[in-house]
Design a binder for this molecule. Structure first.
Ligand code: CP
Length: 329
């Protein structure tokens, strides 16, 4: 394929990360997602547009909710997954994106294994790029939907100010793009964010992101207003091992038992959570590993609400990036 110069990044047309986004812009996007009238679903505002989902990693929630969101706004959706595409024949991420852009699509929704992969694509194409999760870097629409979900549940939707609230993010933080987007987004809105896990998954160096770090879940639980559990991302440990960056944690029964003893949100730990606190999980979740089934289904669990709010947030982001004249006053 012909080489082409890299373009300059227009943050207006993309959504690549929450880090660096100011609180006012986060609030604007969350308010848009929270307001059905502002989303103008009845007017099919994205009619004539085509949104391309480029998912080079597996997904259930993000992929389907972007499709549902785009369709609810009148857009058409085309889907490309890594397996079954020419990526499996060695085509690069950027060449694939340029190829799809050349077909006349309006925006790319990108999930990939490479941290920074969405930005790499954004530098090469002239259409909007929405990061749907790039390696261990960020998952900005997940961060926004978590903010919307928690703000509604905690009665903070009118202010979108989390001052005085503590969010505990528990588990495999080092591998987690969801954690990074939430540290940036919830932190920008005033929340105290504490990342909790064993040192191999929650190293002290994470504090440079603006969060606190702890290895003692039991000491944090009674003061947390929301507890966000994360899956152990064994697949990223294997990637690290191949890159000689770290030692993978094995998914043996013994290591899972040890992990659960320190870091699972069990029925017993759920009982000592602060009164009125919420359980969150971005999914996919492994019941019986990082979270007990009855905790996932408890009345204070927001897990399925997070999924529902994901559609609202993705509608807001697609409308804002593709029809900014309708959303920016
Ligand atoms: N939360 C999330 O990104 O889930 P999926 O991997 O199913 O999209």
């Amino acid at each position: 394929m012909e080489a082409r110069p890299t373009g300059s990044i227009s943050r207006e047309r993309d959504l690549l990360a929450l880090r660096g986004m100011d609180a006012r812009e986060i609030r604007r996007l969350v308010r848009l997602a929270a307001d059905p009238a502002a989303l103008r679903e009845d007017e099919n505002p994205l009619i004539g547009r085509i949104v391309a989902n480029l998912f080079f990693e597996d997904s259930t929630r993000t992929r389907l909710s972007f499709s549902v969101a785009a369709q609810r706004l009148g857009a058409r959706v085309v889907d490309l997954a890594g397996p079954g595409s020419s990526v499996s024949k060695g085509e690069s991420l950027v060449d694939t994106a340029l190829t799809v852009e050349a077909m006349g699509v309006s925006a790319l929704v990108v999930r990939c294994k490479q941290s920074g992969g969405a930005e790499l694509i954004s530098r090469a194409v002239d259409i909007g790029v929405i990061n749907a999760g790039d390696g261990r870097h960020e998952h900005p629409t997940q961060g926004l939907l978590d903010i919307l979900t928690l703000a509604r549940a905690a009665g903070r939707l009118s202010t979108l100010d989390f001052s005085g609230m503590t969010l505990a993010i528990v588990g495999d933080i080092e591998s987690s793009r969801v954690a990074r987007s939430n540290i940036a987004g919830m932190g920008a809105l005033g929340a105290r964010v504490v990342c909790v896990g064993p040192a191999s998954m929650a190293p002290a160096s994470l504090s440079t992101l603006g969060c606190e770090v702890s290895s003692d879940l039991d000491s944090i639980l009674p003061s947390a207003d929301a507890v966000m559990m994360l899956r152990i991302q064994f697949e990223r440990h294997e990637d690290s091992a191949r890159g000689a960056e770290g030692v993978p944690m094995k998914s043996s029964h013994e290591s899972i038992r040890e992990y659960r003893a320190g870091y699972a949100l069990t029925r017993e730990r759920h009982a000592v959570m602060k009164r009125g606190a919420f359980v969150m999980h971005p999914g996919p979740m492994n019941r019986g590993v990082e979270i007990d089934a009855e905790v996932a289904d408890a009345p204070n669990s927001l897990i399925l609400t997070q999924v529902a709010r994901g559609v609202d947030v993705r509608m807001a982001v697609l409308l804002d990036r593709l029809r900014p004249e309708l959303t920016r006053g």
